[in-house]
Design a protein around this ligand. Sequence first.
Ligand SMILES: Nc1ncnc2c1ncn2[C@@H]1O[C@H](COP(=O)(O)OP(=O)(O)O)[C@@H](O)[C@H]1O
Ligand SMILES: [Mg+2]
Length: 348
Amino acid sequence: MSDQVLAEIKNLHTYFYLAEGVVRAVDGVDLTIKAGRTLGIVGESGCGKSITALSLMQLVPSPGKIEEGEITYYQTIHQTESASTSNVIEITKLKPNSREMRAIRGNQISMVFQEPMAAMLPVRTVGAQIMEAIMLHQQVNKVEARERAIDILARAKLPNADRIVDTYPFQLSGGMRQRALSCNPDILIADEPTTALDVTTEAQILDLMRELQREYNMAIMYITHNLGVIAEMAQEVAVMYMGKVVEQTDVASIFRNPLHPYTQALLRSIPQLDDVMARAGQKKRLETIKGMVPDPYSVLPGCSFHPRCPQFMEGVCNEVEPAVIEVEPGHIVRCHLYASRSTKARAN
Ligand SMILES: Nc1ncnc2c1ncn2[C@@H]1O[C@H](COP(=O)(O)OP(=O)(O)O)[C@@H](O)[C@H]1O
Ligand SMILES: [Mg+2]
């Protein structure tokens, strides 16, 4: 069942109320997370990627707050090999520190952070954390769970897995922690997990994530500013700009047929993409995106990309907020250029 929906984010708004003004970090985001699939979230720094992920885990840092929207988690509890029940959990209705929310965070939705040290509970051994996840999903006793935990660590290419199982996260090096971390949740959120690592370790971590995904049908939300990594890891991509998803489609379409001028600019600005672009038949043309991301307190009328957009239309883009348009099935964009190309409009 690789298309099973595990989580749905609907109309999510997460704001920070600061003395300087309101930061609309996440401003109406819809995303669907499916078992066995990787959803890539891409965009420049500050566009709301991390806060979207932290909202899903109820870990928005103060003074941030989920203002509006729903996050539904479809939790599966395996009772025996063949029988399971499912629970529908409204994450936004749970208190961040409630037992239920902490249990979900510890076991079923976990996150590999930019700063890996913060990601594991420092007070419990690596083994205890993995065993708990295993026992929640599979009918095994402690001894078996421990063996499986050692096996998972060994396959994560950690030396002396039988010893690491009894260590605390702070006793491991950064790279080791990254590996130990990605063990066995339903949903793994990877927030620029390899930014601080060398390329060899990065390749190993990416391989490991793919392997664990195949084995456990894990869903991955992969956050990065690097479209090259997206091409390697994800099946579906959401491009974010100033708290909104401005384009979303499958990974092939984002490279072959990028619609939003922001996506097009991102693609042109990324050097690692030469190969990917060449394969997709696009010309190699490296440039930086014009202008800067506006300050986070500003609320721009119309499309928030309009001051930087090479295809800006006066009187439209700076006045009317673009609606979500489904240009072809499964390919959505928020841009006035496509106003006449909605599949819905065409169907009428
Ligand atoms: N703790 C915080 N306090 C105030 N503003 C924050 C905080 N964390 C994030 N923000 C703001 O929210 C916006 C989105 O941030 P973030 O999701 O971290 O971006 P990304 O992960 O895409 O780089 C940014 O404008 C950022 O400045
Ligand atoms: Mg971030």
